[in-house]
Design a protein around this ligand. Sequence first.
Ligand code: DAH
Length: 393
Amino acid sequence: MLRSISATSTDAMSSSDNKPERTLADLGVTQPDQVLSLFAEVRARFDGQVSRPLDHPGWEILRQSWLGRKSGVLMLIAEHWLKPAAPDLKRSVGQELNKLKAHLETTLEERRLDVESLADHAASIRDRVDLSLPGVTRRSGSHHLIRRVFQEIEDIFFSIGFSVVEGPEIETPYYNFEALNIPEFHPVRDDMDTFYLELPPSPDKKTAPTPLLLRTHTSPMQIRTMEKQKPPVRVIVPGKVYRRDNPDATHSFAFHQIEGLAVDTDITFCDFTGTIEYFVQQFFGPSVKTRFRPSYFPFTEPSVEFDVSCPFCGGTGASNGNTCSKCKGAAWIELFGAGMVDPAVYGFVNYDAKKVSGFAFGIGIDRLAMLKYGIDDIQIFFQNDVRFLRQFP
Ligand code: DAH
């Protein structure tokens, strides 16, 4: 580190060097060669001061003390030596003064550049980034468990020829209900406490605007897909659905489903149960069994509810001598609803119900994720607490 010395005006004009304040006559200078040596003396004094280490304020003080307009040494010399000089000395004093001035100016300018580059250098040392310091590690995120379960299920259905389609979360009652064979005032609508949107009046202000709602299930995509596509159809539809449920450990106003639909000219009930069994065994493991019970959905006929033998107690209902906490001793766990597509639905999409047949299913993803990964509160999926999310890297 350079120790810088600040020049002071007393340095430049110490009492023993007060010659510039006196006249030449006073100093006894009468000959040109005396003038030369006097100037040489002043110059040497300057050279001594300017060659010391300097910081910027020190340089400025030095400059003032030599070139300052009021009491700089150069000014004093002009005042006391040049002005009153005898005519035969004036010329040489003038010449020497000019030389001295040029010397002071160039030397001070050179030093200014030095001082500045030293300051820059010091600043760059001070601000230097220490590349040997360990960096801040930012953990990369991971898929949300729901996204991961979607992926697992999608992969299973990809492997047997299904493809993925997605649809709007804001739906019309036609797609969410009517075309799925759920007419207005059908009691099954009461099971779905639906969010209807408040809409602005229609532009003509006379007709009522078409009502819109947050879809209560992914089933509307059955209709949208069949409207666009002739059989064969084999799709799954992952997505968010909404119902006006009060939140608790198993209910949330937003949750996730995967809809499935397969329609072709020769699909049988056997294809249906075989597909579901394949999916369930891929998802929970080869040792689980499936069974179905009769159920009711307006858009399937017959309709069933699929159960899986409890994967946690091996379908025995007991674990370590106690009642299995997952299936509550029932040995079976209810999984999801499904069925053969009701011929009435084909009527809404211009399929010939005499020629085609198919099956559909609607899997609740949150429930399946909770079962498979041992999670007992659905709310945790929506809290985005990293302590939970990090458990599924
Ligand atoms: N959409 C039904 C629901 O949300 C689930 C469902 C049941 C979908 C049977 C289907 C099905 O495709 O065949 O409760």
